[in-house]
Design a protein around this ligand. Structure first.
Ligand code: PHE
Length: 454
């Protein structure tokens, strides 16, 4: 086994691993993806389901991934080699995870690039005094530009690579500790401004009033996919980070903490965005452009708007980078440990591949718009494929492995820190992992896909 802690470039402390898991979880998934997906699928009912998925399904699977990581002390693929040396088939979970991270990173880096452009736009006050319709047009013409967004995407991929080459030890930990609380504070301020806009009532009822009649099987699949995407489940990431968790730490409370922080930021993003959507006559279902078209209006309508706009986009870009670092780390660690490349070459090669795939994603929004896969642009295909299918399938594989293949006593021994933690939740956790999660994941994956096909 070629694994050792220097090559892994990991975290030195338990806090580092939890901070990194929060850094990975909180990102564009919360502030960019959550509101637009919730908007597309009708708001309230979607969000209720989302919360059920996060705490009922997501948290037990997160704990499960931590169990695999801590018990083995290895990367997403090496973990299965250590835990089940005679059954090579499980290594497939690791390969699936790496492929998933490559695809996510590709489209994610494009959106992260947009946040850098918007930081620049805020610094030059480029959107001040503009009408809502002009702001929307500016955004569309920017993302359809043949090379500008690709330049920003390249910059993001470069910055991420620079951090990962040096090892992620201190970077993420420091980033997360400062960035997350300030981001949280700004989100609160934005919520206050948004809630005092004339469309706030309509926005809040769109967000929180469940109309279950509007919810389709595809919507349920999307809610599950978003919960899994936002918590970074089923992509090998939590296995990797779990391998840094200390033996005496309580993984159950860590996972609840990570999920709660993640959900709070997502809900705050919704509260900041939807009242503004209704005030400025925008469509809640406008897709990936939602955040970039609504929030500049909120900034234009608040005192010191430019200052807050700069701060917000800088923090969003940083939150995106803590996530891209984690995505790149899963891939690089795999290349280093399994293909035996040096960390530097692994990072450079991976980054070049991601840059090329990301450029394709970016072009598919403009120049290559007519090139579609099953009716989706390359960008949308990457987004939907990972969140809706690859990650839930990865999560399903983890639950089947732990619930039906790996020994029950060993799973319980690991979650309970060798029997020292005694809580009723352990039984529930195992029950969900063995029965509820595999059934729910399978049923939703199948019926949701039929809904998409139909
Ligand atoms: N959870 C991240 C976000 O919400 C996305 C992500 C998915 C990151 C999978 C790593 C792995 O932005």
């Amino acid at each position: 086994m070629s694994t050792n802690s220097e090559q892994r470039g990991g975290f030195t402390s338990y806090f580092g691993a939890v901070a990194a898991a929060v850094g990975s979880a909180v990102g564009l998934g919360n502030i960019w993806r959550f509101p637009y997906i919730a908007g597309e699928y009708g708001g309230g009912a979607f969000i209720m389901l989302y919360l059920i998925f996060v705490f009922g399904l997501g948290v037990p699977i997160m704990i499960g991934e931590f169990v695999i990581g801590r018990r083995s002390g290895r990367n997403a693929m090496g973990a299965f080699r250590v835990l089940s040396p005679k059954h090579k088939g499980w290594l497939g979970i690791g390969i699936l995870a790496v492929i998933t991270c490559v695809i996510i990173y590709s489209f994610y880096s494009v959106v992260a690039g947009w946040t850098i452009e918007y930081t620049w736009l805020s610094c030059t006050n480029g959107l001040a005094g503009k009408e809502a319709s002009e702001i929307s047009e500016a955004f569309t013409s920017f993302i359809q530009h043949p090379y500008l967004p690709i330049l920003f995407q390249g910059l993001l991929v470069f910055l991420t690579g620079a951090v990962v080459i040096g090892g992620v030890q201190k970077g993420i930990e420091k980033f997360t500790k400062i960035v997350m609380p300030v981001l949280f504070f700004i989100m609160l301020l934005l919520c206050v401004r948004s809630l005092t806009l004339p469309g706030s009532k309509e926005g809040m009822s769109f967000l929180f009033k469940p109309e279950f009649g509007n919810l389709t099987a595809t919507g349920v699949l999307a809610a599950m996919g978003q919960a899994i995407f936002s918590l970074s489940i089923g992509a090998g990431l939590l296995i990797t980070y779990g391998s840094y968790v200390r033996k005496e730490d309580n993984m159950m409370s860590s996972c609840f903490f990570i999920a709660s922080a993640d959900t709070t930021i997502a809900l705050l993003a919704g509260i900041a965005i939807f009242p503004a959507v209704f005030t400025f006559g925008l469509s809640p279902a406008s897709g990936p452009s939602l955040v970039f078209e609504t929030l500049p209006n909120v900034f234009n309508n608040m005192p010191m708007g430019q200052f807050f706009a700069i701060l917000f986009f800088v923090l969003l870009a940083l939150a995106a980078i803590t996530t891209t670092i984690s995505l790149l780390e899963v891939i690089v660690l795999w290349v280093v440990e399994e293909l035996h490349l040096k960390r530097t070459s692994a990072t450079i090669i991976t980054s070049l591949v991601i840059f090329a795939l990301g450029a394709l994603c970016s072009l598919s929004l403009g120049t290559l718009k007519d090139f579609t896969i099953l009716g989706y642009t390359f960008f949308d295909a990457c987004d939907k494929l990972t969140a809706t299918y690859l990650m839930p399938i990865g999560a399903l594989a983890v639950t089947v492995y732990l619930g039906w293949f790996y020994k029950k006593e060993d799973v319980l021994d690991e979650v309970s820190n060798h029997g020292t933690l005694k809580t009723w939740y352990i039984k529930l956790f195992y029950f969900v992992l063995r029965y509820i999660a595999p059934i729910v994941l399978t049923v939703i994956l199948i019926t949701g896909s039929l809904g998409i096909a139909g």
